[in-house]
Write a new protein. Structure first.
Length: 229
């Protein structure tokens, strides 16, 4: 028996029609991805392709969000080529940016105020990333910038570049931040030494280092909270 296409389904079961009638929250992950995919392949609907893709990632959107276009294409799912892979990667990136946007309105008073913001930025990174949150006198986020990206085990950041960026964005304080893809949030000796170098460089320009936050899937570590800043 030939498999039905989405056009043959009841209207309530078609992803696009279902979204318009009931809202995006009523759709499953596979149905939402099917809308991005647009169409299926021979004997496969877009939902079938979406389910096959999710199976490759253990039905985890976290894992899906870490994949590149090349990764998706390398799954060799028939009907899922570069064009559809680009749509999926773009949608995942928009989700990250949406999560980040709201934090620019907030006043940052402690590391906990930034943890969700940083996790939204780093959660799909498979390598270590060092970034800085630049704050104004009112402790609002002026600018967020990834300073360097490294390998699986570490990255480096130049204090001169960080101070220069702070001056360009009229920052009076900064929060240093990076991720640990390994999961552990315990700072290394190199993390502590780098923090001290940046703190010393920033002090010459009356720029305060409020914190250095390390985030991972397991939680976060705050230098300020631990009293070692």
């Amino acid at each position: 028996m030939q498999k039905q296409t989405i056009k043959d389904w009841a209207v309530d079961d078609r992803p696009r029609e279902k979204l318009m009638a009931k809202g995006a929250e009523s759709l499953s992950n596979s149905e939402l991805i099917a809308i991005l995919i647009l169409n299926g392949a021979v004997n496969k609907s877009a939902v079938d392709l979406a389910k096959e893709l999710l199976a490759k990632t253990d039905n985890s959107l976290q894992k899906l969000g870490k994949l590149t276009v090349k990764d998706l294409v390398n799954f060799k799912i028939k009907g899922l080529g570069p064009a559809k892979a680009v749509s999926i990667v773009a949608a995942m990136e928009l989700g990250i940016r949406r999560n980040m946007a709201d934090y620019k309105k907030d006043i940052i008073l402690s590391s906990r105020d930034l943890v969700n913001y940083l996790k939204a930025q780093f959660q799909f990174k498979r390598h270590e990333v060092f970034a800085v949150v630049f704050l104004n006198r009112a402790n609002k986020v002026n600018h967020f910038e990834i300073i360097s990206e490294g390998g699986i085990t570490g990255t480096v950041a130049d204090p001169r570049i960080i101070v220069k960026r702070a001056l360009e964005h009229d920052a009076t304080s900064m929060v240093l931040c990076h991720n640990h893809p390994s999961g552990s949030v315990k700072p290394s000796r190199q993390d502590e030494e780098l923090t001290e170098r940046i703190k010393t460089a920033a002090k010459f320009f009356d720029i305060r280092i409020m914190d250095h936050v390390i985030v991972s899937d397991e939680g976060f570590y705050s230098f300020a909270d631990e009293g070692i800043l």
